[in-house]
Design a protein. Structure first.
Length: 125
């Protein structure tokens, strides 16, 4: 089950509760902010000689600052909810961007635990 499959009153719940509703266990749904922070800066080798990427490659290590897409140069608004309160409020967008960015950065979709860890980390910013 993905976050986008959840509808009705559950859609108004926070990301951690949405992950729990999607069948992720309570410990995993809460996420581990420290694990998310470590994964945020972890570099992943890319194919065809492209430079290794991490989440911070586009979103920066300081999530309160704007980022820039590594390939296109397109500006990215800060992810930190402390400076951009709308972040993490739309479960469909959260699911869409986690899926897209995990595929681009890691070369695969993130596991539910990895998603929860990233969300826990982002929420601390």
């Amino acid at each position: 089950m993905t976050l986008t499959m959840i509808s009705g009153p559950l859609r108004s719940l926070g990301p951690a509760l949405l992950l729990a509703a999607a069948g992720v266990g309570p410990a995993a749904a809460a996420g581990d902010a420290a694990a998310g922070a470590a994964a945020w800066v972890q570099k992943h080798p890319q194919a065809e000689g492209a430079p290794a990427r991490s989440c911070a490659s586009c979103h920066n290590e300081d999530l309160t600052q704007p980022g820039r897409h590594a390939r296109t140069g397109k500006p990215i608004e800060p992810l930190a909810p402390s400076v951009h309160p709308e972040r993490l409020t739309d479960p469909a967008k959260v699911e869409k961007w986690l899926r897209r960015n995990c595929r681009w950065t890691l070369g695969r979709e993130c596991s539910a635990t990895e998603k929860a860890d990233f969300l826990a980390y982002i929420r601390t910013q």
